[in-house]
Design a binder for this molecule. Structure first.
Ligand SMILES: NC(=O)c1ccc[n+]([C@@H]2O[C@H](COP(=O)([O-])OP(=O)(O)OC[C@H]3O[C@@H](n4cnc5c(N)ncnc54)[C@H](O)[C@@H]3O)[C@@H](O)[C@H]2O)c1
Length: 372
């Protein structure tokens, strides 16, 4: 198959859909790999890295979209990219169609067969192509939280790990899923005094079992959450209710009970945030203050570490990419129901029920799409 990887054009997106490692692997499976010149630059991969991996460099995105049978990307196609897609072509990338009727309409009109990273599933009820970005954001959260706590950034001037004779900072992580687990682990590793709150007892048990005394767990009743937030130096928001906006767990009134200069890192901001006072910020201007509390609410945290994020995403997408290229999308999806769960559009039809419900569009069942 002819696999094409364009340069991402969404503002502030430095990741790339195909690493040189993945390009090499695909080439070794007998596929032709096309990469747009400069596509890997933001993630630290040169054109030469791709050439050495067996890829052919093409000068323009237009040429790449025209030639490739399978397009692999990171972000949803932008309007100019959507105009280049066609029936019979396969698109493999993050799409997030539910809140985006315009993109959904364009993908359907193009006839492209689109498999969305975020809806591919695994055998344990997880989302294997979302998890690596949650791991990155989770591990980054204590790092940016520590920076936000510094005096020059408006923080209370507290070092996460303390020093001999001076106690560590108190870190509270709300939500003990993928983001929360990685955040807690890194914060504890930095020497902070960490508590993880969750509403799921099985989740708290699993954390306790896996991490022992590295950090504490607590059931996220509203009273316990309020108490811990009041005493915290840093609060990390990491809750998720799948398919819904994040619940507001800390009100503006509660914010007033926090220590002056305390910090909030609201990782759940991409789902609206779990603090009443959260609003999305960017890497250029990441923090702001409300009632003396510093807020860090960057909606695309993995972009700050584009190289690590690209490599992590590449590891997760590679087996699916190879299956699609080796077998063609139909047989790959027949063989793997978890990959079929990623099918969002095909030949002018929407094929994902949750998106259909959100946008009130009729859905063709993915099983029927396989038979077309
Ligand atoms: N800002 C970014 O760049 C970025 C990057 C990756 C992920 N995210 C977001 O981070 C959030 C967490 O993602 P995840 O992968 O860890 O999800 P996850 O499903 O693995 O974990 C979410 C956890 O929240 C818990 N939870 C739900 N409601 C709760 C409540 N009321 N109180 C306490 N706990 C509650 C759940 O039990 C679950 O353990 C999501 O909103 C995700 O979109 C943001």
């Amino acid at each position: 198959m002819r696999i094409g990887c364009p340069k991402e054009i969404k503002p502030q997106e430095f990741r790339v859909g195909l690493t040189p490692h993945a390009a090499r692997e695909a080439a070794s499976h007998g596929h032709e790999v096309l990469v747009e010149a400069g596509a890997g630059a933001g993630a630290g991969f040169s054109d030469e890295d791709y050439r050495a991996a067996g890829a052919r460099l093409v000068d323009t995105a237009e040429q790449l979209f025209a030639e490739a049978e399978l397009i692999v990307k990171v972000k949803e196609p932008q309007p100019v990219e959507r105009r280049r897609l066609r029936e019979g072509q396969l698109l493999f990338t993050y799409l997030h169609l539910a809140p985006d009727p315009e993109q959904t309409r364009d993908l359907m009109a193009s006839g492209v067969t689109a498999i969305a990273y975020e809806t591919v599933t695994d055998g344990r009820g997880g989302l294997p192509l979302l998890a690596p970005m949650s791991e990155v954001a989770g591990r980054l959260a204590p790092q940016v939280g520590a920076w936000t706590l510094q005096k020059a950034n408006g923080g209370r001037g507290v070092l996460l790990g303390g020093v001999p004779g001076v106690g560590p900072a108190k870190v509270v992580v709300i939500g003990g899923g993928v983001v929360g687990t990685h955040a807690a682990r890194i914060a504890a590793g930095m020497g902070a005094d960490v508590t993880v709150l969750d509403r799921s007892l099985p989740r708290l048990r699993a954390l306790d079992e896996a991490f022992g005394t590295l950090f504490r767990t607590a059931y996220a009743s509203s009273g316990t959450t309020a108490e811990l937030v009041t005493a915290a130096d840093l609060v990390i928001g990491a809750v998720l209710i799948p398919g819904a906006a994040a619940p507001k767990l800390v009100s503006r009134a509660q914010l007033g009970t926090m220590k002056p200069g305390a910090a909030i890192v609201d990782v759940a901001i991409d789902q609206g945030g779990c603090f009443e006072t959260s609003r999305p910020t960017t890497h250029q201007d990441p923090i702001y203050e409300v009632d003396g509390v510093m807020h860090y609410c960057v909606a695309n945290m993995p972009g700050a570490v584009a190289r690590t994020s690209t490599l992590a995403l590449g590891n997760a997408t590679m087996p699916f990419l190879l299956a699609l290229a080796d077998k063609g999308w139909k047989r790959a999806c027949e063989d793997d129901p978890h990959l079929l769960a990623g099918l969002n559009t095909h030949a002018g039809h929407l094929t994902y029920y949750a998106v259909g419900r959100a946008l009130e569009i009729d859905v063709l069942s993915p099983q029927l799409a396989l038979k077309m």
